[in-house]
Design a protein around this ligand. Structure first.
Ligand SMILES: *[C@@H]1O[C@H](CO)[C@@H](O)[C@H](O)[C@H]1NC(C)=O
Length: 248
């Protein structure tokens, strides 16, 4: 009786305490490379965390990563029925799903609302800060890149992750710190499943240039206004004092 209890206890310990256990897993992955028709089936065999055999449909064979794995891989690679079975799996598992559920999901895409704006003007050595924000898009995968006169800018770019709005939509923000050059055209390029090609969003002409122009026009207007007002005042004063001085 007590032996039975000890055996049950040992079994319970083994089941409940994962530190005593071993774990084997078999995973099948479908990789879609260029499009939904360019498929690759990867089947991996893991023991605890070690991957010991992998089938790659592009290679069309198994590869082993330890002695046991190599022995099995060799046996399976020399078995035409086993290799044929994997070809069937590529169709049954990858091609079938690509044609049905997955395309039904990816077809539901919502384009982002993109805003490119200047959030901080540069002064001397301090760079100008631009922000390219994409709002309300689906699915999550997106790519934002900065261009200066058509050339990609990679340094001084920081980006958030895709942030979940909690309602299936996402937003993302990319920040560019740069020293503006006169006449330079900065744009933000967005790649997303909802667009058939990369879309370019312009900031318009160089921030500093258009701003200096605006300031110059405003300042000239102010100076002209002050001169005219002063002239008017002097003229008015002269006229009124002149009138008083005229004797009757
Ligand atoms: C599968 O094999 C191909 C051809 O060697 C290789 O380019 C590809 O990266 C492999 N895939 C994986 C996931 O290992």
């Amino acid at each position: 009786m007590s032996t039975l209890i000890s055996i049950i206890l040992i079994i319970l310990l083994c089941v409940l305490n994962p530190a005593y256990g071993y774990h084997m897993s078999l995973r099948a992955e479908c990789h879609f490379k260029r499009d939904m028709k360019d498929l690759e089936l990867i089947r991996t065999y893991n023991f605890n965390k070690f991957e010991f055999i992998r089938y790659n449909s592009t290679l069309g064979k198994y590869v082993g990563f330890n002695t046991v794995g190599q022995q099995n891989a060799e046996a399976w690679n020399n078995n035409p029925a086993q290799l044929q079975q994997m070809k069937v799996e590529l169709d049954r598992y990858c091609r079938n799903n690509a044609g049905n559920e997955i395309s039904a999901i990816t077809e539901k895409s919502v384009p982002p609302q993109v805003h490119v704006r200047s959030v901080k003007k540069g002064t001397g050595v301090h760079p100008t800060v631009l922000m390219c924000s994409a709002y309300g898009f689906y699915p999550k995968l997106i790519k934002l890149t900065w261009l200066s006169d058509g050339q990609p800018l990679t340094s001084d770019v920081t980006s958030t992750e895709e942030l979940a709005d909690g309602d299936w939509y996402y937003q993302i923000h990319s920040r560019l710190d740069y020293i503006p050059k006169s006449g330079e055209k900065i744009s933000c390029v967005v790649e997303h499943a909802s667009f058939s090609r990369p879309m370019t969003f312009e900031l318009g002409p160089s921030v500093s240039e258009s701003d200096t122009n605006k300031i110059a026009i405003g300042a000239s207007g102010l100076v002209l206004g002050v001169i005219l007002a002063a002239a008017g005042l002097i003229y008015y004063k002269k006229k009124s004092t002149g009138r008083i001085l005229v004797p009757h």
